[in-house]
Write a protein that binds this ligand. Sequence first.
Ligand SMILES: Nc1ncnc2c1ncn2[C@@H]1O[C@H](COP(=O)(O)OS(=O)(=O)O)[C@@H](OP(=O)(O)O)[C@H]1O
Length: 303
Amino acid sequence: MSQFLHLKDKFGNDMWFGNTGAVRLAAMPNVQDYSKQLQRIRDIKLRQDDVIVVGYPKSGNNWNHQMIRMLLEGTTDLPAFNSNSFYFLDAFGGECKLPPSEKPRAFMSHLPFRFLPRDVTEKKVKVVYLTRNPKDVAVSLWCHVSKLKAPLGYGGTWPQFFEVMLEHGFWYGDVFDHMKDWEKEINARPGHPIFHSNFEETKKNTVDQVEKLDTFLGTGRGRELCEAIVMTCQVGNMHMTRRHEHTGGKDPWCWKDGASNNNMYRKGMVGDWKNWFTVAQNERFDDVYTTKMAGSKRTFAFE
Ligand SMILES: Nc1ncnc2c1ncn2[C@@H]1O[C@H](COP(=O)(O)OS(=O)(=O)O)[C@@H](OP(=O)(O)O)[C@H]1O
């Protein structure tokens, strides 16, 4: 099992990096040993009707998690963040407490498949796997980590972060490896209920996509509730309503002064990378993308 590392990037910036993922784990006050934390996650007991929402950071995890939770619970109630009901598996044992198990639960994770709880495989727990075009992922992650204090934040510049993303990724390791690993796992498990949802498609046809989730989950909520859920979960509502843990101020992953939830639930658009990438950066990204994603069937339009 790979270990979590605290490194300097080639520009001299502190950088937390775990090529198995879960960089947040080691920064948590009560989690000293990364591999022990991964073990704890593997041992989590799930219900067969639980749902795991998982994707590389910034792939729309919170958005989809909320919409799926609403489908499961048949509600359009958008709760403000509450640490006791924070369903982030990767932080289990710390800020994540498993909620009471009378009702179906939606959990969120950024981990590769092999680090999810054993029960995911043993009980064939439904998984909603998310992807987003990695150019927008890089920008979104930059807009988040550049506003966080050490140790989780990144102290370098955007061009430096861009290089870090291309070389080995941030927080959960290399975005390309992460996607390829998930693709391999999905292909290897044709019998496992895994729904692949893509950010760009969800943006374009949100209600249709939520209806597909409704079918996949077997929740049978129907078009009307799907429409109401989509309205409630618009990005503007998300950052008005959802307080995020980074606003706590005392935690090691809290925002720098002046930063806020708006750096977490931000623009929620497709193609923001065009506002950030130079022509040279774009060419370089395309080259690296072509090399690292060789053999993958995952494609992105990069609109
Ligand atoms: N409702 C809704 N509609 C569209 N987009 C939305 C929505 N909610 C969140 N977002 C956008 O998703 C990005 C954050 O992704 P994650 O939730 O995966 O982030 S995290 O990894 O859990 O930190 C982040 O993307 P960027 O705006 O590009 O930074 C959020 O703005």
